[in-house]
Design a binder for this molecule. Structure first.
Ligand SMILES: [Zn+2]
Length: 434
């Protein structure tokens, strides 16, 4: 059981980490180093030997290993990123980098994404040092840079350049799971992430015959591009139910006492009401046109036109995504990935999933645990290259009115002290018995 000092420290660490501004605007100007030094110091205080690793000066990652009692057991990776997305102070009720604790709530950028989890990890392992606890499996603790941009200075760098630090790791846990989802009718749902859609950001290029805007031109690049963009934007992607989403439907249907009729998913989503949010973005691939660029003068037909599309594909859905894009763009428009990240799928019948579920249920007996697939992505994508299966498990018990999804990257991001205490208790329980 987590002790009182662990409960006090998680609050102190969350607040301290928020005060260390690690804003990542994506241009490479973020400096995670002070936050990394802070985390390393707390790990060293727990008797561990943290390593600091940088691909780029100031973009620091921290990795430490806790030796388990069973050397034959696979290791478990526990990771959290140190950077945060930008925050405009003028929009906030409390300064986003104050880490202020007001009326039992810790305020600031990173309070839920994800300095809270970083602080929980630190508080738990320090508690273990005081209590002489050793986990069964080896635990690899990693605090990463650059998750909010490309991860090239963070988890991507660690996975590619330092795979030896993750030796034996078969599974990992990190952000975006086991938070309270209030359905508005009194039910408290705890979604655990067991999958992520893949990222397929596309660049479309239409080529044609440049010429005078007053002449006949059947090879107009702008017309060709516009047609392709329209076809993509209006395309109805077919339903594709992955194992994680099927399991989510089964759990939710049981919770709501309705038939899990997967032959009519739209009707099923309707019946689930607000809880449909947990599944609706992950029942199909998607592709949304977002940017257009062409031409330089009104009476000149350009020879080329370019568009960008934010595409996301389900686990197992990349081939269909590619062939569909070939068809939708047609012969006159080329497309390529400007950025591509894999989709992930984790089993929900694994002992690790069962153990995460049991840990949540122990401290939130009124809660209902369901698996879900994330519509976006995390550092788990990079670590998957090392054969590590990723789950989203950063437990937080949130009161009604705290909309986790809205706080994530949102204005007035904040976390109740009680939520952090719950997180430490659940994480401690899970990691001890993992
Ligand atoms: Zn995050």
């Amino acid at each position: 059981m987590a002790d009182q000092q662990a409960l006090d420290e998680v609050v102190e660490f969350t607040s301290d980490l928020i005060r260390i501004d690690t804003t990542n605007r994506g241009g490479g100007d973020c400096q995670e180093r002070p936050a990394a030094e802070y985390a390393a110091e707390q790990l060293a205080g727990a008797g561990l030997q943290p390593m600091m690793l940088e691909r780029t000066k100031g973009r620091t990652n921290v990795v430490a290993r806790i030796e388990g009692t069973d050397p034959s057991a696979d290791a478990l990776l526990v990771h959290g990123h140190l950077d945060v997305v930008p925050a405009e102070a003028a929009d906030w009720s409390v300064h986003p980098f104050s880490g202020e604790i007001r009326d039992g709530v810790v305020w600031g950028r990173g309070a839920v994404d994800m300095k809270n989890m970083d602080a929980m990890i630190l508080a738990v392992v320090r508690g273990w040092a005081r209590q002489g606890v050793r986990p069964r499996r080896d635990l690899v603790i990693a605090f990463t840079a650059d998750e909010e941009a490309s991860a090239v200075d963070g988890s991507g760098f660690l996975a590619d350049e330092h795979p030896e630090l993750f030796e034996g790791c078969t599974e990992g846990i990190s952000e975006s799971g086991a938070f309270t989802f209030h359905d508005g009718a009194g039910r408290q749902i705890y979604p655990i992430a067991a999958g992520e859609r893949g990222t397929g950001w596309l660049k479309l290029t239409a080529r044609g015959r440049a010429g005078h805007g007053s002449k006949v031109n059947k090879e107009n690049a702008v017309t060709r591009l516009a047609a392709a963009v329209t076809r993509i934007g209006e395309h109805e992607w077919p339903l594709r139910l992955t194992p994680t989403v099927r399991a989510a439907f089964a759990e939710l249907a049981a919770l709501y006492g309705i038939e899990p009729d997967l032959t009519d998913v739209d009707r099923l989503l309707e019946k689930l009401g607000p809880a449909a949010k947990l599944v609706e973005a992950t029942v199909r691939n998607s592709a949304n046109p977002t940017m257009l660029a062409a031409g330089y003068k009104l009476n000149v037909i350009p020879g080329e036109a370019v568009a960008y599309v934010d595409g996301r594909y389900l686990p197992g859905g990349e081939d269909e995504f590619r062939t569909t894009l070939d068809l939708l763009t047609g012969p006159d428009v080329d497309w390529e990935f400007s950025h591509r990240e894999v989709a992930l799928q984790a089993p929900v019948d694994s002992p690790t999933y069962a153990n995460m579920r049991a840990a949540v249920e122990e401290f939130a007996p009124e809660g209902h645990v369901v698996p879900y697939c994330m519509s976006g992505g995390t550092d788990a994508k990079q670590f998957s290259r090392l054969g590590i299966t990723g789950y989203g498990f950063a437990p937080l018990k949130l009161p009604e009115g705290f909309d986790y999804q809205a706080l994530f990257h949102g204005v007035d991001e904040r976390v109740p002290v009680e939520a952090l205490h719950f997180g430490v208790r659940v994480l401690d329980r899970f990691l001890r018995t993992a």
